[in-house]
Design a protein around this ligand. Structure first.
Ligand SMILES: Cc1cc2nc3c(=O)[nH]c(=O)nc-3n(C[C@H](O)[C@H](O)[C@H](O)COP(=O)(O)O)c2cc1C
Length: 397
């Protein structure tokens, strides 16, 4: 859930600042883009170069970059950039500034400018933490919707022992993950997506294939993952990389292999999206060795492949939704509507090669959707944007 998220990490002047280095690294490992804001006190504990090197971005700690040149750092932009602002460690001083709205350093200004949610991980000595002033500040911040990752008990830098140690970086990263998960509208939805072409062997080296690139199915998988769904991606012989965050990625070559993978999983799914371009026929008797030119037959006898989409439609339970794709070379609505009926689909996505930039191989697509009653035609868009439109369409189903 953290993959691709923009996380602003605020580091303040606590001895626990060194743990923020591990937190930044862990968030990056989980796929987040991390930028760091440090208070002046924090830079006494850890060098900004450490964060700059880890994140690949400059560290922000001042309003001015080069005062002589009149350049300044835009705290508003940074606040708007983030999907989540995590302040770890958060000192007593910073919590106090956050609760009163004091704005005496760059981090405070970013806090006041940010529209994203804020998470704080306090770190301080036990008496500072239990002090009525700190507790009142935390209470107010919670009331305003700020999440607090509670400190834990243990030995403190002062030599005392008690509650005040900042939570470990892994646990804070889990809290960040939990934050995005809890706001993911499709959390718990199990989605089966088929993508890419099939290769039906003629002999050991030749096959009958098609021009599907798998890009649309992979973009759909990404869009569903971004909304918190559990995606099983069945991906044919395509060069496109599957997205990070799939529950599982199963590779297939032939329609028969795809049919077996679908049969094993369809019963446990809530939604099925058949974006793969599956061969309708295959060579009836493929050679196991490579046929030399002289041995190649003048004609190849073909036989039907298993109809994967029909199988899914026939075995569809009441709660399941099934969406198919139709690629046509003409206007296509009549045949797409007929496919929806014949295959027992809940929705169908039509793309026609009459539209420039639509269909196989391209990074764009222009689709129309049909839910059995109404057609809706979208503009030409990137496949990532089309995928988001299709997630909305499927949610509406
Ligand atoms: C060695 C040392 C360790 C400190 N550790 C903490 C701490 O863990 N928590 C805290 O709230 N303040 C701690 N302080 C005090 C803060 O650094 C001080 O209040 C500072 O003004 C915080 O500013 P900032 O919140 O803008 O970073 C520590 C100070 C020193 C010198």
């Amino acid at each position: 859930m953290v993959h691709g998220r923009k996380i602003l990490l605020g580091v303040t002047g606590s001895i626990a600042a060194f743990k923020a280095v591990f937190l930044a690294r862990e968030l990056i490992r989980r796929g987040a883009e991390v930028r760091v804001v440090m208070t002046a006190a924090a830079t006494e504990f850890v060098g900004p170069l450490t964060f700059a090197t880890l994140t690949g971005h400059r560290v922000y700690s001042d309003f001015t970059e080069d005062a002589d040149q009149g350049t300044w750092t835009n705290h508003v932009d940074l606040g708007l950039w983030a999907d989540l602002f995590v302040v770890a460690p958060a000192t007593a001083e910073t919590l106090s500034a956050f609760s009163t709205g004091r704005c005496t350093n760059f981090l405070h200004a970013v806090f006041l400018s940010s529209r994203c949610e804020v998470m704080v991980a306090p770190a301080m000595d036990l008496d500072m933490f239990s002090h009525a002033a700190t507790q009142a500040n935390l209470h107010l911040l919670r009331e305003r919707g700020i999440s607090v990752v509670e400190p834990v008990s243990g030995p403190l830098a002062s030599g005392l022992e008690g509650k005040g140690r900042m939570e470990e970086p892994g646990a804070i990263a889990d809290a960040v993950e939990g934050y995005f998960e809890s706001r993911a509208p499709l959390r718990g939805l199990r989605v089966l997506i088929t993508a890419g072409p099939t290769h039906e062997p003629i002999d050991a080296v030749r096959f009958i294939g098609n021009r599907s690139s798998g890009k649309m199915g992979v973009a759909l998988a990404q869009a569903f993952i971004d909304q918190g769904a559990q995606v099983s991606l069945l991906l044919g012989p395509a060069t496109v990389a599957p997205p990070v965050g799939c529950e599982e990625v199963v590779r297939f070559e032939t329609a028969a292999e795809l049919a077996a993978a679908v049969a094993e999983r369809w019963g446990q799914m809530d939604v099925g999206i058949a974006a793969a371009a599956v061969a309708d026929v295959r060579p009836a008797a493929p050679a196991t060795n490579k046929l030399h030119r002289a041995d190649l037959p003048p004609a190849i006898v073909l036989e039907p492949t298993p109809d994967v989409l029909a199988y899914m439609g026939q075995h569809k339970a009441g709660h399941q939704k099934l969406i198919g794709f139709a690629l046509e070379t003409d206007e296509g609505r009549a045949s797409a509507a007929s496919k929806l009926e014949r295959k027992n689909l809940d929705g169908i996505v039509l793309n026609t090669l009459l539209d420039d930039g639509a269909g196989f191989q391209t990074d764009t697509n222009k689709v129309s959707t049909f839910d059995g009653r109404d057609w809706h035609t979208f503009e030409l868009k990137s496949k990532a944007e089309v995928a988001r439109d299709l997630v909305n369409f499927i949610q509406h189903l």
